[in-house]
Design a protein around this ligand. Structure first.
Ligand code: NAP
Ligand code: G3H
Length: 485
């Protein structure tokens, strides 16, 4: 249905120990665009021996990298940020073809990543340790002091998802490197062309050989092997709850930082500004076809204002641009047919169980038209499952307490929004929601990137956000001075 986005076919190699290498297996994975199913390029399918060599190189290179001064590491990051900006146009064209995101959003993802990298360098330069006097603890005299500094962890395995192939790789690589770790990046296969391009940027910025390495290969083939690798000291994973749970169940004694799935609720109270609520909800739910962990994935609205909200949301969904990312569409074909089939199952289930279809509910291949359901009830899959597609259920509730109860029944706990003009009501709801972040009068979203970003329950382990990520990928080291007095 869609014609191919023009561009040359790319063959990318992996960065291992400072060299760009193909695989001895001579096997490649072909990457097809979600737009018109055209070949965008190919990446090597690495063998276990090659994976071993990449991780060993990272392990060895880290020994010198940890001793490089923070201000020198920061200089490399500043250079990488500058290069990203220089290459934003070429990179965003590849991204648009590889993952079907509109060009403007691709560019803003790259510029945001440059800001992230720069801010990471600034933050690390301004971090300080602490000294703790011993005599504050009962029974101790003034002869002991603990000097606390931070140490890198070693080799960080960074596994990134398809939907932000530059930003969610850069936001792992930059804090890991500045903290003195080496990195092995395993990008999502669909997104690996962008991931390898990003690695090239860091290499050109001056990251020494072995400090950043890349591994390509299907997660289903090499995933278990890399996460259980004995030389990996930390795993920073962003992706589905299914794969995240698998990683946490098969690894042992390796610290994990995980950002996983979500079912973010927008709770709309009686006194909400409904225009603000509707525009935030629609932007939050449908941009990039809802393929964002923080997309608004359900509306919980109190009965009294549900009809009015529905009218406003409907008008805004009708105005969305649907189609080709080249034309700047908000709703574009999903990443692959399997994802579209899954979203379709949720739509069929809701229809069969009596939800009222307001808009959409139709598809062409992997393009799902923006779909809005009213009167969704808690026996429907759409009330609980993450579609990662442009489908929004409205669940009507009698009051804020019922909204909180349904919001908290979810297995997920990434973010929630509450729309109200009353600060007391906002805090009443926010205090009770079991999520990492509550947005008051705004859509659910990750940025600004120096804020803490975390999921509770099945939505994650640990906290990201620039300073938080640096801290997560380093540990305190205490040197205790004992004075002879
Ligand atoms: P995914 O299928 O879980 O894949 C994520 C990464 O894991 C990819 O690099 C994938 O490689 C790799 N992988 C697959 N199987 C593996 C295994 N057995 N061991 C180790 N790694 C393995 O997720 P996705 O489809 O790319 O992204 C969508 C999901 O990510 C959604 O659920 C979304 O909510 C979540 N997400 C969460 C956040 C957040 O910050 N909370 C942000 C973005 C996305 P291959 O591509 O080679 O399979
Ligand atoms: O897909 C998950 C991303 O981390 C969401 O980021 O809220 O800026 O779109 P975003």
């Amino acid at each position: 249905m869609f014609s191919c986005i023009k561009g040359k076919e790319l063959t990318f190699k992996n960065l291992v120990n400072g060299e760009w290498t193909s695989s001895e297996s001579d096997q490649f994975i072909e990457i097809y665009s979600p737009i018109g199913n055209c070949l965008v390029g190919k990446v090597p399918a690495m063998t276990k021996e090659e994976v071993d060599f990449a991780i060993k190189s990272a392990d060895e290179a880290q020994k010198a990298w940890r001793n490089v001064a923070v201000n020198k590491r920061a200089e490399i990051l500043y250079k990488a940020a500058d290069l990203l900006i220089e290459k934003a146009d070429e990179m965003s064209s590849i991204m648009m073809r590889e993952i079907g995101k509109d060009k403007k959003s691709c560019e803003s993802e790259i510029l945001r990543s440059a800001d992230y990298i720069r801010f990471t360098a600034d933050t690390a330069k301004n971090l300080s340790g602490e000294s703790i006097p011993g005599d504050s603890f009962p029974g101790f005299k003034k002869n002991k002091i603990s000097v606390v500094t931070r140490e890198p962890l070693g080799v960080v395995l960074a596994i990134s998802p398809f939907n932000y192939p530059v930003n969610l790789a850069a936001s792992k690589i930059a804090p890991a490197l500045i903290a003195g770790n080496s990195v092995v990046l395993k990008p999502a296969t669909q997104g690996s062309l962008c991931g390898l391009y990003l690695a090239k940027v860091f290499e050109q910025a001056g990251v020494p050989a072995g400090v950043l390495n890349t591994i390509t290969g299907r997660g289903s083939v090499i995933g278990d092997y890399i996460v259980k690798h004995p030389d990996v000291d930390f795993i920073n994973f962003t992706g589905s709850t299914e794969i995240g749970s698998r990683i946490s169940s098969i690894t042992s004694m390796v610290p994990l930082l995980m950002e996983l799935g979500g079912k973010d609720a927008a709770i709309v109270l009686e006194d909400a500004d409904l225009d603000v609520a509707a525009s935030n909800i629609v932007a939050g739910a449908y941009s990039y076809s809802g393929q964002r962990c923080t997309a608004v994935k359900r509306i919980l609205v109190v009965d009294k204002v549900a009809d009015k909200l529905l009218e406003k949301v409907k008008a805004k969904v009708e105005a969305l641009k649907v189609g080709n990312p080249v034309d700047g569409a908000d709703v574009v074909p999903l990443i692959d047919m399997k994802s579209a089939d899954f979203v379709w199952e949720l739509i069929e289930d809701a229809k069969a169980k009596g939800a009222k279809l307001i808009l959409g509910g139709n598809r062409e291949e992997n393009l799902i038209y923006p779909t809005l359901f009213d009167n969704v009830t808690t026996d429907m899959r759409l009330a609980w499952e993450e579609p990662f597609g442009p489908v929004l259920p409205i669940i009507r509730v009698k009051d804020k307490d019922e909204a909180i109860e349904i919001a908290n029944k979810s297995e997920y706990g990434l973010q929630s929004s509450v729309f109200t003009e009353n600060i007391n009501e906002a805090f009443y709801v926010a205090d009770r929601l079991e999520v990492g972040t509550v947005q008051v009068n705004n859509k659910t979203e990750r940025g600004p990137d120096h804020f803490p970003f975390l999921g509770v329950k099945a939505s994650g382990i640990g906290t990201q956000g620039i300073r938080y990520s640096i801290e997560a990928m380093s540990r305190p080291k205490a040197t205790v001075i004992n004075l002879n007095r």
